[in-house]
Design a protein around this ligand. Structure first.
Ligand SMILES: NC(=O)c1ccc[n+]([C@@H]2O[C@H](COP(=O)([O-])OP(=O)(O)OC[C@H]3O[C@@H](n4cnc5c(N)ncnc54)[C@H](OP(=O)(O)O)[C@@H]3O)[C@@H](O)[C@H]2O)c1
Length: 348
């Protein structure tokens, strides 16, 4: 049997990509069994139970953009099918928790990085990381949420665990018009928080962000230059996807006892800060890792998304493209030009 997939071949030397090719291919099913690192190939794969999924949708995340555009740091082997998200129906399962025909979603767990991923009509995954799609969502909704929305909810859970509540004060979301940011704004607003959205696109996306629930907008340029390590405390909590000087400024503006969830590096991987906000204001910096999230956290986050994310707002932040279109959309997500979430209909 054969299936369609995006396929990336790349050669990396001393951390630099010296050869890169990404294209739509028709592959034999055996590709999923033969590749080292893949679930079906793993000795002891039965421990976690390999599950074969007929994929309907994947998504375009920032990381998928990096992999498709030939940037280093995502692909851990080559060749590889990219795609860190997969949504579809169980075809066969060695994991007793899943039965053929069930609608399921998988985010991360090495898909599209060290294992063949979801930008394909078929994928084999670990049952341990697989989640049944909550009744509140269609398969398209689950893909629209994808890793970005799942990560946004992990960040919201981190704020809650840090003791942040709607009564604590204002919260900030950076990179607000992107995937993680859009879902974070919508969920926080629905939970009753007063949400300030930081964006570089206030002019074009201001109405969109207000519709998602942002009560105030800030220009991301205000956070771009390294400022003093302690500034006026403004935020009871924050969700940051930008990193670099932006995250340092967010931490510097965190109020006493605030929690800041660090999710991303769209603006840089460095963090030019000092210990002062931590030892003088008791600020907590919570790291978010969606890829390796344990099963209990995955199930909790998806269950909270079902209760705390308005599907009508999710629809307003979603664009759907075909499998081959993902190749050209990769550069646009890296340039920060894509609004909200992009679903990839792998059968289109
Ligand atoms: N930790 C995890 O498990 C995890 C999971 C998912 C994603 N991430 C990371 O989170 C980040 C966002 O992912 P995403 O899927 O939401 O990507 P995305 O849709 O491209 O959103 C990123 C947003 O960041 C802003 N931005 C982009 N470049 C910037 C720059 N140079 N300086 C300041 N702001 C910039 C833009 O927002 P505005 O236009 O509104 O300014 C952009 O829309 C990425 O770094 C991704 O790798 C991490």
């Amino acid at each position: 049997m054969s299936f369609r997939a995006l396929y990336v071949e790349q050669q990396v030397e001393k951390g630099a990509v010296v050869r890169h090719e990404a294209q739509l291919r028709t592959l034999d099913d055996r590709v999923l069994e033969e590749a080292p690192g893949d679930v079906a190939h793993h000795e002891g794969a039965g421990d976690s139970g390999a599950v074969t999924i007929d994929v309907d949708y994947s998504a375009l995340n920032y990381k998928d953009g990096l992999a498709l555009a030939g940037r280093p740091g995502v692909l851990r082997r080559s060749p590889l099918i990219p795609g860190i998200d997969a949504v579809g129906r169980v075809e066969a399962s060695a994991d007793p928790r899943f039965s053929p025909g069930e609608s399921v979603v998988l985010n991360g767990d090495g898909l599209g990085e060290s294992r063949n991923g979801g930008l394909a009509e078929k994928v084999v995954v670990r049952g341990e990381a697989l989640v049944r799609i909550p009744d509140a969502f269609s398969p398209l909704h689950a893909a629209a949420i994808g890793t970005a929305g799942f990560t946004a909810m992990l960040a919201v859970l981190a704020l809650e665990r840090g003791g942040v509540s709607p009564d604590s004060g204002d919260v900030l979301v950076t990179g607000a018009a992107g995937g993680v940011g859009s879902v974070a704004v919508a969920v926080l607003a629905r939970l009753g928080y007063r949400v300030t959205a930081s964006t570089g696109r206030a002019e074009s996306e201001g109405d969109y962000l207000r519709e998602l629930g942002a009560t105030a907008l800030l220009n991301r340029a205000d956070f771009a230059d390294a400022g003093r390590p302690l500034q006026k405390g403004r935020w009871a909590g924050a969700i940051d996807v930008v990193g670099g000087a932006t995250l340092a400024n967010v931490i510097a503006q965190a109020s006493y006892g605030a929690t800041v969830a660090a999710c991303g590096l769209a603006g840089g991987a460095d963090l030019p800060t000092t210990v002062l906000p931590f030892i003088l204001r008791g600020v907590t910096l919570a790291g978010i890792n969606s890829v390796e999230a344990p099963r209990t956290l995955r199930v909790e986050a998806w269950s909270r998304l079902a209760s705390d994310l308005d599907v009508h707002l999710l629809d307003t932040m979603t664009t759907t493209i075909g499998l081959e279109d993902a190749l050209s959309a990769a550069d646009r997500i890296l340039a920060g030009e894509i609004r909200g979430r992009t679903v990839v209909d792998v059968r289109r």
